[in-house]
Design a protein around this ligand. Structure first.
Ligand code: GUN
Length: 281
């Protein structure tokens, strides 16, 4: 078997094109505030890409950059200003934030209607209730969009989510549960991950361990989604999954790069447009 590749790059391009056309038709220009604290290399690249694609579809961005030692008070004051500013439709704090900041506590101060990342407890709570009227975190939303696009039947399937973060693992598990999967969440303390993998019809991996998931871990015909962004022994970008060999046993697989990454940005842009529309209904 050679797995069908779920091309996130192409799907994301199509979604951005549709968003651009929608914004042109409605003659609106949503505004997204992006907050970046510190000088993390990867975060700077992600933010630059978010700004680039936002601009391409017609979303204005405003970047607020701070040093590593920015105080919680400063960020809370900024949130107050952005919450009150009617011209700002979305507020995004690029994670991770510096260690002295409790990110989830800080993000709970953002107006949930402007929480385009879907990290506010209100939006996470809605998702947990199976209510999709809130904002859904961009990465898991993008993963589900890719699975839906391929018409993959999820009902009754064993889904293994590897990673229990608030921004990927937990919301991903909730989305798969809503699709009637039997969901297992594995994490760094889980025993016998290989055995859990062997039973999974769908694996969504978000560990950041380069090429950890091997061919002999995977059930034949399984659907493999790789959220990891890692570097291999040669410094080349790769995922959690050993793509070349897992391709031989999986039925569907996402590549890294060009899989989940572009979908995350496309879903962020979609969330920003939806936030604008909700705020201006
Ligand atoms: N850092 C890693 N992933 C994300 C994401 O989806 N949103 C934000 N704001 N920061 C991140």
């Amino acid at each position: 078997m050679t797995a069908r590749i779920m091309n996130g790059q192409e799907t994301a391009r199509r979604i951005r094109k549709q968003l651009k056309e929608k914004l042109q038709t409605l003659q609106i220009k949503p505004k997204l505030a992006i907050v970046l604290a510190g000088h993390d290399n990867s975060s700077q690249i992600y933010v630059r890409n978010k700004q680039k694609y936002a601009s391409e579809v017609g979303i204005e961005t405003q970047l607020y950059a701070f040093e590593d030692d920015v105080s919680v008070q400063t960020l809370e004051n900024l949130i107050d200003v952005l919450n009150d500013d009617r011209s700002v439709n979305g507020i995004l704090f690029q994670l991770p934030l510096p260690k002295h900041i409790d990110a989830m506590k800080l993000l709970s101060k953002v107006n949930p209607l402007k929480d385009v990342d879907g990290f506010h407890p209100f939006n996470m709570g809605l998702l947990q209730n199976g209510d999709f009227d809130g904002v859904i975190a961009a990465t898991p939303k993008g993963v589900l969009r890719l699975l839906k696009q391929e018409n993959i039947d999820l009902t009754g399937k064993n889904a293994l989510v590897i990673g229990r973060s608030n921004i990927v693992g937990k919301p991903m598990a909730m989305l798969l549960l809503a699709e009637n999967c039997t969901v297992t969440i594995a994490h760094s303390h889980s025993e016998n991950l290989k055995l859990l993998c062997a039973e999974a019809d769908v694996v969504v991996s978000a560990t950041g361990c380069a090429k950890m998931i091997k061919k002999d871990w995977i059930k034949k015909g399984a659907v493999i989604v790789d959220v990891g962004i890692c570097r291999d022994e040669n410094g080349k970008l790769c995922g959690d999954v050993d793509f070349d060999e897992v391709c031989d046993v999986a039925s569907y697989i996402t590549p890294v790069p060009g899989g989940v990454g572009p979908m995350t940005i496309a879903m962020l842009l979609e969330n920003t447009v939806e936030a604008y529309l909700k705020q201006n209904m």
